[in-house]
Write a protein that binds this ligand. Sequence first.
Ligand code: NAD
Length: 277
Amino acid sequence: MNKIIDGKKVRDERKEKLMEEIKKLKEKLTLVDISVGDDAASKVYVSQKEKMALEVGYNFLNLHYDKIEEDKLIEKIEELNNDENITGIIVQLPLPSYLNKDRILNTVSVDKDVDGLTRENLTRLVKKEKSLIPCTPKGVMTLLESYHIDLIGKKIVIVGRSELVGLPLFHLLLNKDATVTLCHSKTKDLKSYTKNADILIVAVGKKSLITSDMVKPGSVLIDVGINRVDNKLYGDIESSSIEVASLMTPVPGGVGPMTVISLMENVLEAYKARKNK
Ligand code: NAD
């Protein structure tokens, strides 16, 4: 039996569907990516987003600054907020430490916040109101749905509580009536939680944090982690855990491709929401 949750396959199906919708639009949508500094991983992510944006039929504007004053950056974002031709705005993280991340993220207009990282979008998510959902959590939810994984009443353990991944996932799964436990760096005896999880989602960034003895037989494993070692990518869950699990995402090829397509879906959603205002 094939136990792999194939993120690339689901991504390709979603991409095709999205492109059909985009073709019907009278106008071309524009996604802007703002990055500051010289983070090497960010450069790779921006180019992946640009490639996908152009493939699905969006314009992509890459605004890169080696260095910029915080107030100037805020002014630029406000200008983009007010520009009718701009559909979605992403502020690439991490930002250099001299910039106030929260202030900058929260300047992005809530209806152009296609990364779903503004305070307002996170609040709407918690309150179960319609919102733009952060891309990686959205991608995980799409994968679970695509593989018809029942969530109601299931014991789900998430490891990692970041605002980018673990925390929004906690609320998304709770909103689907799962029983969700959120573990983090201060959790004692992690194994006592992971071992009982029907669905285990790990978003930490530590290779082999989860070993096969920490996994419940027959469970579903979603590995969000990306760890580069000797130029090879690994997740946070040891790959041999697939022998114990019923289904598992590979790294690469699991959650990663879903993050990018979720962003593209958010751009169309942002456009539709503004049109229907
Ligand atoms: P982060 O550093 O912001 O958060 C890490 C979380 O892990 C924290 O909540 C921390 O409490 C928890 N943690 C740290 N050590 C732990 C331990 N020993 N036991 C339990 N919990 C522990 O990271 P992030 O931005 O949430 O990213 C997490 C991982 O997911 C990284 O590897 C990142 O590269 C990856 N990621 C992948 C995608 C994707 O598209 N596949 C997207 C975003 C992030």
